[in-house]
Write a protein that binds this ligand. Structure first.
Ligand code: 2DT
Length: 211
């Protein structure tokens, strides 16, 4: 029986190093002969919702513009990818996610939206085996190159998102990563958590769902 792949999620603020580290984890898996893919959310290539989300991110002038519609679009974007991701996991591929439901929830909470309302559309999505929370002081990421291009990157808003990410932190399967460290040190920390989790990923064909 094929052992299922692991679902590993990277969460954190913009410019916290998630994308670099998802790539390094992918390379690590590939070097070790493990099938793996990176799944980025929002998935701007997803035909139904991707182009609209991309357009919103590039053109929105305020963070709260059409906030309910945007929240549901981000969630629909994840739903549209679930069957494909479930199949990948079932055939033994590790799926490395660059953001997931927790960005959806934290960004909308930071806009002042109701917690029960924003969590509801996520119920039923695949539950990760591990969430790596890239913990870094918002003022440090704001000083990083390339920061501030899109409406959601406003500094007061980023500080609010950071606070909400800490608020929704789930002790059970989230691990904090010190994202202020060097790229190599962060990679080592990521690997230590990933290796522990891989031992616990069983051959079960069913996945837990987010609740
Ligand atoms: P990237 O720069 O990582 O492509 O993200 N966002 C993301 C939300 O507001 N809700 C969501 O559900 C997700 C997944 C975070 C683009 C921006 O979109 C925000 C930053």
């Amino acid at each position: 029986m094929t052992r299922r792949g692991a679902l590993i999620v990277f969460e954190g603020l913009d410019r916290s190093g998630k994308t670099t580290q998802t790539q390094k984890l992918l390379e690590f898996f590939q070097k070790n002969g493990k099938k793996s893919v990176i799944q980025r959310f929002p998935d701007r290539e997803e035909p139904l919702t991707g182009p609209t989300i991309d357009n919103f991110l590039k053109t929105a002038t305020t963070v709260s513009q059409s906030k309910e519609v945007i929240h549901l679009l981000f969630s629909a974007n994840r739903w549209a990818c679930m069957d494909r991701i479930r199949s990948q996991l079932n055939e033994g591929t590790h799926v490395i996610m660059d953001r997931y439901s927790f960005s959806g929830i934290a960004y909308s909470l930071a806009k002042g939206m109701d917690k029960a309302w924003v969590c509801q559309p996520e119920v039923g999505l695949l539950k990760p085996d591990l969430v790596l929370f890239f913990d870094i002081d918002p003022t440090v990421v704001m000083a990083r190159n390339g920061f501030g291009g899109e409406a959601l990157e406003r500094s007061d808003f980023q500080a609010a998102v950071y606070a909400k990410m800490n608020e929704i932190f789930q002790k059970e399967y989230w691990k904090k990563i010190n994202a202020a460290e060097t790229i190599e040190n962060v990679h080592e920390e990521v690997l230590s958590h990933v290796n522990q989790v891989l031992e616990t990923v069983t051959a079960e064909k069913e996945f837990q769902i987010l609740s």
